[in-house]
Each structure stands twice: as structure tokens, then as C-alpha cells.
Design a protein around this ligand. Structure first.
Ligand SMILES: C[S@@+](CC[C@H](N)C(=O)[O-])C[C@H]1O[C@@H](n2cnc3c(N)ncnc32)[C@H](O)[C@@H]1O
Length: 270
């Protein structure tokens, strides 16, 4: 059940979207929006607004400073929400050597992890593709025409944040096959991507080839997510994750590792 404030914010956000008036800072969760800034948004050019809208249609942005700030704090705050949920794990693991992000969008997570975790040496591989075919079902069958990224804008945002050492892998060029990526990876994650919009079960056999016996994989999942048989047979945990829009209810992050001992920091935190 939504409380009166959440209900009001949901109505307000919907109205703002309909009349195109842009989002306001008060729509963000105050506790997340007030945290230390790691992700910095460049000026919102027409091209960047188009790229952001393709990925996050819930944001109605203009080229002014308030829009830039709303987007900056939303990206930074979303990453803080994931960090807060995963801190017991992230703070106990060594810096990974190789990391894969599936569907990085505009790069908020890689910027955040580089800066907040101080992971300066980790090699980040980003799997994304240009496209405007945004289809955001929930946990739907895998599809190859669902990409809505913009690699040029992603590069621009990374450069604005001084983030280097990332390799972009174009999903179109890889024939949409994750197992063509040069793994294995110590850490694989997909926030609001595979596992959330598209069925993790459909990608799992490819993702599994990219993991070692010590790797950790993390996915945003919906409340209704149920483990499929290969996942059920592997150690995994769920952690609750807040969301940046105050109107939204918390979600879950699924954390998987072939080595159960790697997940134990999450158990100790309970
Ligand atoms: C909702 S956005 C999330 C972006 C980013 N992870 C974040 O949380 O801000 C979903 C991303 O998944 C990408 N995507 C779409 N289809 C995909 C697929 N089949 N495999 C992997 N990523 C996909 C989109 O291009 C988009 O960048």
C-alpha cells in the first residue's frame, strides 16, 4: 500500500510527465539525493537529453540547470542505493581485476564504483548498443532489438567524470552473444537490465561461461522474480534496495556466486 506522500508524489510525477514540465528535486528520495556526489552530469545538450530519454523515459528533462541537477542526483542516488544494499559485500572483497557491466546505460555505476570504491585498476567491460527500440517489459523473454543505448553519449559521460580504463563492447557487433565477450570476469552486474526487464534465465548459460568459481554476479530483480533451476542450484542471496524516486517502492538485488563463502558477508549483515 502506498502512503499519502508516496501517492501524492506518484500523481505529481505522472502529471509532470504528461505536461512535460520536467522533474523536480523534491521527487527524489531526500536521503539518497543528499549523499556525497560521485557521479557528475555534464551540461544537458539536446543530444544527451535524447539519449537519456531513450533509456529513462520516466525523466522529463530540459536543458536547464535544474534538470541537469535532477538527473545528476538521480544517477548518483541510484548508485548509492545499490551501494548501501551491497556494502557488506563490496567492502570486504578485494578490487576485482575484470568487471563486466551488462547494459550500463549512461555509465552511472562504473563512475560510482571507480570513485566510491577507489577501484582504479579494475578493467571494466561495458556491454551496450545504440538503439532507440526501448522496450521495458518486466522479466520478459530475451530480445535482440531492445537496446536503447547511445555509445557516444556513454563515452562523453565517462570522459566528463574522468573515468578511463573502460572498454565498450557493441552488442550488435557481438551478435548479442554475451559468451563472445573476453571473460572470465571477477564481477558481473546488470542494474535494471538483464534480470529486471529481460529474463535472466534466457541469458544464464552465456553469463555462466563468463564466471569463475569465485566470481560474483549481481542483478536488479523484481519482487516477483523466482529462481530458475540452474540458479536455484547455485548459492544466491537477495538484498533489499531503495529507489531514487520517492514514489517508488524498494526492489531487490540478486547476488550469485558459485562459491557460497563469497556471499557470507551478506549473511553476517542480516
Ligand atoms: C533501464 S536501462 C538501465 C541502464 C543502467 N544499467 C542504469 O541502471 O542506469 C536498460 C539498459 O539495458 C540495455 N539493454 C537493452 N536490451 C538489452 C539486452 N538484450 N542485453 C543487455 N542489455 C540490454 C539498454 O540499452 C539500456 O541501456
Amino acid at each position: 500500500m502506498l502512503g499519502p506522500r508516496q501517492l501524492w508524489l506518484r500523481l505529481r510525477t505522472e502529471l509532470a510527465k504528461r505536461i512535460g514540465s520536467g522533474h523536480k528535486l523534491e521527487e527524489l528520495s531526500a536521503s539518497l539525493a543528499g549523499k556525497e556526489l560521485f557521479f557528475e552530469a555534464p551540461p544537458l545538450t539536446r543530444e544527451l537529453i535524447r539519449a537519456i530519454k531513450a533509456i529513462t523515459p520516466q525523466f522529463s528533462l530540459h536543458g536547464d540547470e535544474e534538470s541537469r541537477r535532477v538527473w545528476e542526483l538521480s544517477q548518483n542516488g541510484s548508485s548509492w542505493a545499490e551501494y548501501d544494499a551491497l556494502a557488506p559485500l563490496l567492502e570486504t572483497i578485494a578490487e576485482p581485476r575484470k568487471v563486466l557491466e551488462i547494459g550500463p546505460g549512461m555509465g552511472r555505476s562504473v563512475v560510482f564504483l571507480r570513485k566510491k570504491m577507489g577501484w582504479s585498476k579494475a578493467e571494466f567491460h561495458l556491454y551496450e548498443a545504440d538503439g532507440d527500440a526501448r522496450k521495458y517489459p518486466l522479466n520478459a523473454p530475451r530480445s535482440s532489438d531492445s537496446f536503447c543505448g547511445d555509445l557516444a553519449s556513454l563515452e562523453l559521460v565517462l570522459a566528463h567524470n574522468g573515468v578511463t580504463g573502460c572498454s565498450l563492447f557493441d552488442a550488435h557487433a557481438l551478435g548479442y552473444r554475451l559468451d563472445r565477450l573476453p571473460g572470465p570476469y571477477d564481477l558481473v552486474y546488470s542494474f535494471y537490465g538483464v534480470g529486471f526487464h529481460w529474463s535472466l534465465a534466457d541469458f544464464w548459460s552465456e553469463i555462466r561461461t563468463l564466471l569463475t568459481e569465485q566470481s560474483i554476479a549481481i542483478f536488479t530483480v523484481h519482487h516477483t522474480f523466482e529462481p530458475f533451476s540452474e540458479l536455484a542450484a547455485m548459492p544466491h542471496r537477495y538484498v533489499r534496495c531503495q529507489r531514487i524516486l520517492a514514489k517508488d517502492r524498494p526492489l531487490r538485488l540478486l547476488v550469485v556466486s558459485p562459491d557460497a563463502s563469497r556471499l557470507s558477508p551478506l549473511d553476517r549483515a542480516r
